[in-house]
Design a protein around this ligand. Structure first.
Ligand code: SF4
Length: 349
């Protein structure tokens, strides 16, 4: 059976009824600069009659993307400053990113690596580049974890992934291999046995970090794809970007975090949006993010709580930025409960 193909041009979007003809030209302008792709699974979730559809907002280009604000930058989290060899980002002592491919099954309009991904992007690592990256990892005994990201590493064929895993399997100090991906949600049918075997073939403890931003993305097919991974012994965590007009609402985030936990995906990071070019329409300020995250406390189980983080621009790494529930008053600590009431600690005798 032939699988339905992704929508990759403004005309594809119009033919699918997702945009009207007047939008073709502006979308073509944006897609000359930033890649465009929407999988059939994501296209099917879009309600074209809803101007605020949260899935459309994530994947359908808008004219606002051509407006870059002064604080935005091509490399918002400073990958280049920490790249010792092509495809490796070594920002923290015990782990590296391995960017084996710069292609994705969908192109998110808020992507923090939007200047690097896509058909015109940095492509796939050559065999020589991969060997140089593996040499680097081999030579640094402090590297405990290798995180495959990109791009989306799960677009690689099982054979290619298997080759990369083969290289990592022989490196004794690497204990953890983690994959950052959107595939189980945006293309769940591609989570097949051969791919799962390849993901695990390093013999290391394997994690998959799933990127999803709205509860409607967690379809039955997506949940089943995650179940295949978890049942195979792969641990899963989540990543979500806090996005204006998509999920900047405690009720929406609560539904998403619960959907993750129901699917055996442990909520991990809630990212403050990065300063990627042309993405200001997605950004809210940190104080607003803190209010939303504080509203999740008490509303949902501790299992469902993600850590709200900011990647400090310039490559300085992640910092937790959720509001703090404790403050010090003279010699006492005052701890705020989920309803906003403060309690002295230790309590008065
Ligand atoms: S899947 Fe990840 S790397 Fe690819 S476009 Fe979306 S945010 Fe960027």
């Amino acid at each position: 059976m032939t699988r339905p193909v992704a929508l990759k041009t403004a005309r594809d979007l119009a033919a699918a009824g997702l945009v009207d003809h007047a939008q073709i030209e502006p979308i073509e302008e944006v897609s000359k600069r930033y890649a465009l792709a929407i999988t059939p699974e994501m296209a099917n979730l879009i309600n074209p009659a809803d101007p605020d559809d949260p899935i459309a907002r994530q994947f359908i280009p808008s004219a606002g993307e051509l407006e870059t604000t002064p604080e935005e930058r091509a490399d918002p989290i400073g990958d280049h400053a920490h790249t010792p060899v092509k495809g490796v980002v070594h920002r923290y002592p015990d782990r590296v990113l391995l960017k084996a491919v710069h292609v994705c099954p969908v192109y998110c309009r808020f992507c923090f690596r939007r200047e690097m991904v896509g058909p015109q992007g940095d492509g796939m690592m050559t065999a020589e580049e991969l060997e140089a990256a593996l040499d680097y990892i081999r030579s640094r005994e402090e590297i405990w974890e290798v995180i495959l990201t990109g791009g989306d590493p799960l677009v690689l064929s099982p054979r290619r992934l298997g080759e990369i895993m083969q290289g990592l399997s022989a490196i004794g100090h690497v204990k953890i291999v983690r994959f950052h991906t959107r595939v189980p949600v945006v293309d769940p049918g591609s989570i097949i046995a051969d791919l799962i075997t390849a993901l695990k073939s390093s013999g290391k403890t394997t994690y998959v970090a799933l990127h999803a931003n709205h509860p409607s993305e967690m379809t039955e097919a997506a949940r089943a794809a995650c179940a295949r991974l978890v049942d195979a012994g792969i641990a899963m965590v989540s990543q979500t970007v806090l996005l204006k007009g998509v999920n900047d609402d405690p009720a929406v985030l609560a539904d998403l975090m619960r959907a993750f936990v129901e699917t055996r995906v442990k909520p991990y990071y809630l990212h403050h949006p990065d300063l990627a070019p042309g993405t200001s329409h997605f950004r809210l300020d940190i104080a607003e993010g803190q209010r939303i995250v504080a509203a999740l406390r008490g509303r949902i189980s501790g299992l469902c709580q993600p850590t709200y983080v900011l990647d400090i621009p310039g490559g300085h790494g992640k910092a937790p930025i959720g509001d703090c529930a404790v403050r010090t008053d003279d010699c006492h600590s005052l701890v705020r409960d989920f309803s906003g009431t403060e309690h002295r600690y230790p309590p008065e005798a």
